[in-house]
Ligand binder design. Structure first.
Ligand SMILES: [Ca+2]
Length: 545
């Protein structure tokens, strides 16, 4: 087919699809039965069709958990996110959204390629020590999200952390494909030249044992990443400030094509170092620590990270970690606010879909863990917000479990295109039409590498339950979120839950058809007649790590 013939066919096809979307959007009603406005002008002009496509502002936030104001994930302490909260009010928020993976690299590769890493094997890349995602056979020829829009006439603009960074130390080489972007800031090969750090006396105080500090590897007593504390600089010195500056500049330009503008913030990922004024919002005496139930892991998986939390406790840093993470969240919120302000001022305000997401959640001491890398709610639950003025009803909330894998198909359908066949996610248009429409349970997978032989785990989050399976040790976990939102009591081995277990196993089999379950008690555990599971030698384990 010639290019011209392809173009004509493509336009016809997309027009038909937009008609279907618009018709369906026109007919739905919200919970209070207010009709939803249609996509404006989309069908008015054949000659101007591509111009009437919505722009997309794709905001990727790094490591921001559900502590944001509108989700209130740390309910006993106020976290200041006024800008994300105002976007939430103008949007549909997904309060039960989860990442496909509790680590940056596999999550981002899965979200952007549309292929779940449980299928593609991408979990190896989690700290950049594996191959680039494109080298996995399932991903070799796959059309990524930004490629999808570029191939259909969009201008693709990227900045900051979208894939898992553009250069060492996080990845051996750039995870960004330069050819997919019309422009990438600061470069597809440079993460950011100006990631400012606090002085040593702030981040390596004498009163802590820096020699045993997590992340310290060369005997210097310094960690390249695991630090926190205030910076005596203005916002303008921060990498994320520059990223938003560049994005805001793009929003001031006169674009001839619709744009896909991806803006990825580096914070609130550690180092939790942001300007002093954000720390001032969270005085140490006002910090409320999250719940960490004693012996919480007795009936669960040993994530191998308790030594990290122990270091934080032994060195009296827990309150400071929570303070610094909260400060980093509010700093990020301020940067996002600048972006939202500029969009509002621009001529693109009414014809731009905004999607804001964070790549995974964050433990702040719960289950004896700081950071992510687990398959529990703390690691998988994330903010997910979608706005589209005139199409998505403001102030709506969907409480069904949804995945960040759903972003790709949702953006494709909201823009009036046909979904590519390779996508593992599901379009959220049914939920946009009716927030109570049920969804498919969400799968989060991760490869744990702290043992000699790395092994995988898979979690299923349904409306009321979290089920986790670690095939290599045969361990299962089940938590009832209606009675146990903190996931403190593993009820997987209770006879009365057999049906629930089976229905969640089936969800995993859809993406991992070869998965098998062993009949014997998981190695290293015992199960009593009432179906209570526990470690055989928990005290020894406590001493080990
Ligand atoms: Ca991350």
């Amino acid at each position: 087919m010639s290019y011209k013939a392809f173009f004509v066919k493509k336009r016809f096809l997309t027009l038909s699809i937009v008609s279907i979307v618009v018709m369906s959007l026109t007919s739905f009603t919200t919970r209070d039965q207010q009709p939803i406005p249609t996509i404006k002008n989309s069908l008015n002009s054949n000659t101007n069709f591509e111009k009437n496509k919505p722009n997309i502002l794709f905001i990727a936030v790094d490591d921001m958990n559900d502590w944001v104001g509108y989700l209130n994930g740390h309910g006993r302490m106020k976290i200041h996110t006024p800008n994300i909260d105002r976007l939430a009010r103008a949007s549909m928020v997904f309060t039960n959204a989860h990442t496909p993976s509790p680590a940056c690299a596999p999550a981002r590769a899965a979200i952007l390629t549309g292929v779940h890493h449980a299928r593609s094997g991408i979990q190896n890349t989690h700290w950049g020590d594996g191959p680039k995602w494109r080298k996995f056979p399932h991903l070799k020829n796959v059309e990524t999200l930004e490629q999808f829009f570029k191939n259909r006439g969009y201008k693709t603009l990227g900045a900051g952390k979208i894939y898992h960074s553009q250069a060492p130390p996080w990845t051996p080489t750039s995870q960004v494909e330069p050819e997919n972007w019309d422009f990438y800031y600061p470069s597809p090969y440079i993460s950011h030249p100006y990631q400012i750090r606090a002085p040593d006396e702030v981040i390596y105080p004498k009163e802590v044992n820096n020699k045993s500090r997590p992340g310290e590897s060369d005997g210097s007593g310094k960690s390249s990443w695991w630090t926190w504390g205030p910076l005596a600089v203005k916002d303008q010195k921060m990498a994320d400030y520059h990223i938003v500056d560049w994005a805001n500049h793009q929003l001031k330009l006169d674009h001839k094509q619709p744009f896909f503008l991806a803006v990825g913030t580096w914070k609130p990922h550690d180092p939790w170092e942001v300007p002093q004024k954000y720390f001032d919002l969270y005085p140490l005496e006002d910090i409320v620590l999250p719940f960490n139930k004693e012996n919480d892991l007795l009936d669960a998986f040993d994530h191998g990270r308790r030594w990290i939390h122990k270091w934080v406790e032994d060195n009296k840093q827990w309150v400071k970690v929570v303070q610094s993470y909260a400060a980093a969240i509010t700093f990020t919120d301020t940067m996002i606010g600048r972006l939202l302000d500029q969009l509002k001022e621009s001529k693109y305000a009414d014809n731009t879909i905004i999607v804001l997401w964070s790549d995974h959640g964050m433990h702040m001491g719960e289950k004896e863990n700081i950071e992510k890398f687990t398959l529990w709610e703390r690691s998988t639950r994330v903010p997910l917000i979608i706005s589209y003025p005139g199409v998505i009803q403001a102030k709506t909330s969907c409480d069904q479990p949804v995945s960040l894998m759903d972003i790709y198909p949702t953006l494709v359908e909201l823009s009036g295109f046909e979904k590519p066949a390779h996508l593992d996610g599901h379009s959220l248009l049914p939920q946009i039409k009716n927030p109570n429409a049920s969804t498919t349970p969400v799968i989060s997978s991760y490869q744990f590498t702290w043992t000699e032989k790395p092994f995988a785990g898979h979690a299923v989050r349904s409306k009321n339950y979290r089920y986790i399976y670690y095939p290599d040790i045969g361990l299962e976990e089940l938590y009832d979120h209606q009675s146990d939102p903190n996931e403190w009591k593993n009820i997987a081995y209770k006879k009365e839950n057999k049906k629930i277990i089976n229905s969640h196993r089936k969800v995993l089999l859809e993406i991992l058809p070869k998965l098998q379950w062993k009949l014997e008690t998981p190695e290293g555990y015992k199960i009593d007649p009432n179906g209570n599971i526990s470690f055989l030698n928990y005290n020894e384990l406590l001493e080990k790590n």
